[in-house]
Design a protein around this ligand. Structure first.
Ligand code: PSU
Ligand code: MN
Length: 304
């Protein structure tokens, strides 16, 4: 086993007994939501997974160690430090470990560390993708490359339209990543249930998701599987409101010359500010919803 990896005892015990485990990312805590809602949400997400009968493993880099499973104090630390913690993508891991530094794991690095630990299912809010204007900026999230090469099922609420959803789907197709819709044929767009784009396959139950993941392993396919789970109707936001905020945030990011790894956190924070507390409440609910589906899927997967 990787000598930089620390698996939390509760997680290690579950994995040793082939029990259900769900990985969670830490960038959503440090960069995705404001303090203290980020810490409250991270702890509620863990509790939701436990209540459903699975074990949560929040993933992060702390002092150069790759952590699969955090204590409540470590989650508090990430939430309080917020955007002062480095956002860690694939290119950053060796540097952070060599220097003994902290890093908040994105979808990319959470998938990597989950895979090192032997965790197959990961719940989050939204993934990175092909940004609008990528035909000139070439801003394409490393998340898509990781989905192409790491065999973890990522359960999200689709992608925000800060991205070009059509190009994101094209990229995933090129890379051989199946995009599944949970009880929907339409790709959900994070705050809203609708995007106008189709998913590759509609799946009805956690048992079916688990079977697809198991089968992918049986076939020795190297990549991941993307599951898109629409936000519950009661918490979804009016499309016009969210679209207007996203358009304004993108305009401001261009005016201010925001680039590279700062783009996504800038847009997320600005959209949240422009839409007030509404988008934060929706964001929290969709993450809880994804955690529940991931826990139920992990329980089905543990039967294989
Ligand atoms: N999209 C969201 N919420 C998030 C992220 C994206 O709706 O919190 C975070 C995730 O950690 C994701 C990362 O992996 O941003 C993508 O960043 P980039 O676009 O720089 O690859
Ligand atoms: Mn980028």
């Amino acid at each position: 086993m990787n000598s930089y990896l620390d698996i939390h005892p509760e997680v290690a015990e579950a994995l040793a007994g082939n029990g259900p485990v769900v990985a969670l990312e830490s960038t959503i805590i440090s960069h995705g939501m404001p303090y203290p809602q980020n810490v409250e949400t991270a702890l509620r997400v863990e509790q939701t997974i436990r209540d459903a009968g699975a074990v949560p493993a929040t993933i992060a880099v702390i002092g150069g160690r790759l952590k699969a499973g955090l204590s409540a104090d470590e989650i508090e630390y990430f939430g309080k430090k917020g955007r002062r913690i480095a956002k860690a993508s694939r290119r950053d891991l060796a540097l952070l470990c060599a220097r003994g530094e902290d890093g908040a794991t994105t979808v990319t690095t959470t998938m990597m560390i989950a895979h090192m630990a032997g965790i197959r299912i990961f719940a989050t809010g939204g993934i990175g993708g092909v940004h609008r204007g990528a035909e000139t900026t070439m801003d394409i999230s490393a998340d898509l490359e990781e989905l192409a090469q790491t065999p973890v099922m990522v359960i999200c609420a689709g992608a925000k339209s800060i991205l070009d959803l059509g190009l994101t789907l094209e990229y995933l197709e090129t890379k051989g990543v199946p995009v599944l819709g949970y009880q929907t044929s339409e790709l959900p767009a994070f705050y809203t249930r609708h995007s106008g784009f189709s998913v590759d396959y509609r799946v009805e139950t956690p048992a079916e998701l688990a079977k697809v993941l198991h089968t992918s392993g049986q076939l020795s396919l190297k990549g991941g599987i993307l599951v898109t789970n629409p936000i519950p109707e009661a918490y979804s936001m009016p499309k016009e409101v969210i679209d207007a905020a996203i358009d304004q945030a993108i305009r401001e990011s261009r005016e201010q010359g925001i680039k590279g790894k700062d783009t996504t956190p800038f847009l997320l924070a600005r959209v949240a500010e422009l839409t007030g507390g509404d988008s934060l409440a929706s964001n929290i609910e969709l993450v809880l919803n994804n955690a529940r589906l991931a826990a139920r899927t992990a329980i089905e997967f543990a039967k294989y």
